[in-house]
Structures are given as structure tokens and as C-alpha cells.
Design a binder for this molecule. Structure first.
Ligand code: SOE
Length: 398
């Protein structure tokens, strides 16, 4: 559907779950949205030759390499898309920015605040030379979430009093589930906190326009030792029979915290991979002086909205189907009323990234926005270590 000849040649590092989600989005985006540039899936990178060759073929990339430095060194690559575990985000993104490549980096931005600060500083320097960077908090681009933010910004909720956010999964509830990289602090930075808690931190700050200014937290690692995996990819893994050696789980299985937002709201957050029966259940409720709004990822084409300004006899939560052409992103898809899914949030992410890069505008969430999330993750971890002591979160930009 794209009407442009301008190309953005993409090099992506990683080919597991997020690599596949991003590939699907790069493949689709120009067929659905009319954009000022066309993404070209030029080169994919992964360490294992056989697996990356297979991924290139399966996911639609023109070529593959086993060394991410090849992507950075090539003159015919414009964008580096970082879909690796968190321990390599900083190194790859810093090298890419230094080489003048636009960078899209998966969330959370890094494994530590120090790394996130270095990436933010590098992005700021690169920006002066017209190099763009963005962090992949994809749920911002679910049309109902974008609309939720608009309702708040338009004052439809009045003064925000409460934010209630949960992100619940159960894929490691079995103590025999192997010790994959997401359960290792040196690879992932943290556990449920950084993997899924980061999403609700970003989403609530995005929707309310308020920054989390302080937290009090508890975290827990319920299963402290797990069998080492024989094979793993994405969220799936296998062990060798009953004989597999075990290793320590070095991240949180669950994190729960209360927070203050700098606009005066009180908030609660819960991130867990032990919520049996909850598969990928992200829910956010916001209560304001004039109304409330609820988003539930398992019903992502809807918003629940309570408008307290309506006549008392007509009040009550109503269901808005976010499937009309007037809704964010929706006019490019299907006729009114036809629903979309998880993968569309990534297509919208690429849509906004391509448009920003091609028109010379800074995309959001910026690395500075993602550093703000990282500062919250760090404050939560420190608060939990100190027996839930109240911990202030500094602003990323002062
Ligand atoms: C795994 O917990 C995971 O894939 C996250 O890493 C993603 O960011 C989230 O979208 C779904 O769950």
C-alpha cells in the first residue's frame, strides 16, 4: 500500500519471540499504512548459523549474519532493531548510535540504570545528527490504550486519584520449568519486575502523563532452584529427563508495590509469573474525579468507561468498542467493528517509528522515557531489599 520509494534498510538482532513479533510487524507495516518510507528487511543476526538461517527464511529477511557488528559496520543498513536479552542492549545500541544508525530497542531499555543513562546520553548526542532512537513498549500502541491516554488528556476523567495496574502470567508456576535466561539476573536484569512490570510502569505513566515519584515494594522468588534447560527459545524450554543439573533463580518471581505519582495520584502495581490461570493478563484501571477507565489486554479491543458527569440515572460503566475508523490506527485495518490482536501493537510501533525517522521527528517512547521506567525498576528493587522502605524515584531529565 506504500506509495514511496524511500527505503529504511533494517538490520535486526535476535530471532526468538520478540524477533518474530518484530519481523511480523516489519513485514506488514507498509502493506497496511501509507508511510513516507518503506521498511526493507535487509539483514537478521543471531549467533547460531543454522537457527538464524532458518529464521531469516521463515520470518522474511533477505540475508543473515552471526555477528551483530556486521550490521553496524555496513553502510547499507539504516536501522538497528535490538531484540536480544537485556544484557546486550546497551553494547549493541551504543555501537549502533555511534555508527549513525537509528535504533529501536526492546524493553526494558537495559539491565541497569547506569546502562540506561549511557544509552540515553548517547541517544541525545546522536539526535543532534538526526539519528533517532525509541524503546519498544508496544502496548502504548494498542488503540484502546492510545485512546485511554486521550481521554485522560482531554480531561474526561478529571483529576486522577487512583491507578491500579496488574500484569499477571503463570508460565513458570511449575518448579520443574527450566532456568531460562529470563530467570537469570545477569541476562535479564530482573524477573517479573523488569519483564512485565516494566510494561505497566510505562503504560500508566504514558496514559496519565504523570511520573512515578516514589515506591514501597515487596518482591519474592518462590522457586529458588530450577533445572538447567537443554533447549530454550522465547518462553518455551525443555530439560534432559530427570537428570538435569539445577541452578539458582537470581531474579524475582513476583513484585508488588505501592506508588505515588507526581500529579497526586496513588497507585498499586502487581507483576507476577505465578498467577495460576493468568496467561498474559495486563489490566489497568484509572479513577478520576469525573470518571474511570479500564483496559484489559485480554479484551484489547475494548475500554470500560464510567462518565460521572452523565445524569445519575444513566450512570454506569459502558463498553466502548475501539474498532471504528475514528479510533487510533484503526482506519488502516478492517471495516468498522472488526477486531485486531496482540501483533498489531508491534505493527503500530513500526508505523510510528518509520514515520518519525522519515520525517525527522523524535519517536516516543524515547530512551529518556525508558530510563524513567528503569529508575522505577531500580527504586522498586532497592525498596524491596530494604524491607519495603519508601524510596523516591528521581526524574530522568532534570
Ligand atoms: C514474557 O514474559 C513476555 O513475552 C514479555 O517479555 C513481553 O514483553 C510481553 O509482551 C509478554 O510477555
Amino acid at each position: 500500500m506504500s506509495t514511496t520509494d524511500k527505503e529504511l534498510r533494517v538490520g535486526m538482532v535476535g530471532y526468538a519471540f520478540m524477533g518474530a513479533a518484530h519481523s511480523q510487524a516489519w513485514r506488514t507495516v507498509n502493506r497496511v499504512f501509507d508511510l513516507p518510507a518503506r521498511a526493507r528487511m535487509a539483514l537478521i543476526c543471531g549467533r547460531d548459523t543454522g537457527k538464524v538461517a532458518d529464521a531469516a527464511d521463515r520470518l522474511g529477511w533477505e540475508a543473515y549474519t552471526t555477528d551483530w557488528r556486521d550490521l553496524i559496520n555496513r553502510d547499507d543498513i539504516d536501522v538497528i532493531d535490538v531484540c536480544t536479552p537485556g544484557d546486550s542492549h546497551a553494547e549493541i545500541a551504543l555501537a549502533a548510535l555511534a555508527a549513525g544508525k537509528h535504533v529501536l530497542c526492546e524493553k526494558p531499555l537495559a539491565n541497569t540504570v547506569e546502562e540506561a543513562r549511557a544509552m540515553t546520553a548517547a541517544a541525545e548526542v546522536a539526535r543532534a545528527a538526526g539519528v533517532r532512537s525509541m524503546c519498544g513498549f508496544n502496548y502504548r500502541r494498542v488503540p484502546a490504550v492510545t485512546m485511554m491516554r486521550q481521554l485522560v488528556a482531554d480531561g474526561r476523567l478529571g483529576v486522577i486519584r487512583h491507578v491500579r495496574a496488574t500484569y499477571l502470567q503463570d508460565w513458570i508456576v511449575d518448579p520443574q520449568f527450566p532456568l531460562v535466561w529470563r530467570l537469570q539476573k545477569d541476562r535479564a536484569g530482573s524477573g517479573a519486575l523488569g519483564d512485565i512490570g516494566a510494561h505497566i510502569i510505562d503504560l500508566t505513566q504514558f496514559v496519565t502523563g504523570q511520573r512515578i515519584s516514589g515506591v514501597s515494594a515487596v518482591t519474592e522468588t518462590f522457586v529458588k532452584e530450577r533445572p538447567l534447560p537443554a533447549e530454550s527459545s522465547g518462553l518455551a524450554a525443555t530439560v534432559d529427563g530427570g537428570t538435569a543439573p539445577t541452578g539458582p533463580v537470581t531474579v524475582d518471581d513476583a513484585a508488588v508495590f505501592v506508588a505515588r505519582l507526581d500529579g497526586g495520584a496513588l497507585a498499586t502495581y502487581e507483576a507476577s509469573r505465578f498467577a495460576t490461570g493468568r496467561k498474559n493478563a495486563l489490566r489497568v484501571e484509572i479513577n478520576g474525579s469525573l470518571g474511570s477507565v479500564v483496559f484489559d489486554l485480554e479484551r484489547l479491543n475494548e475500554l470500560e468507561f464510567y462518565d460521572a458527569t452523565r445524569p445519575t440515572a444513566e450512570q454506569g460503566f459502558s463498553r466502548i468498542l475501539v474498532t471504528e475508523g475514528e479510533h487510533p490506527y484503526m482506519s488502516a485495518w478492517w471495516p468498522p467493528g472488526h477486531i485486531i490482536g496482540y501483533e498489531h501493537s508491534f505493527t503500530h510501533e513500526m508505523r510510528d517509528f518509520i514515520e518519525a525517522v522519515a520525517t525527522g521527528v523524535d519517536p516516543t517512547p524515547s530512551f529518556a522515557d525508558a530510563l524513567q521506567v528503569q529508575l522505577v525498576l531500580d527504586a522498586v528493587a532497592r525498596s524491596a531489599e530494604l524491607g519495603s522502605s519508601w524510596t523516591e524515584v528521581e526524574p530522568a531529565l532534570t
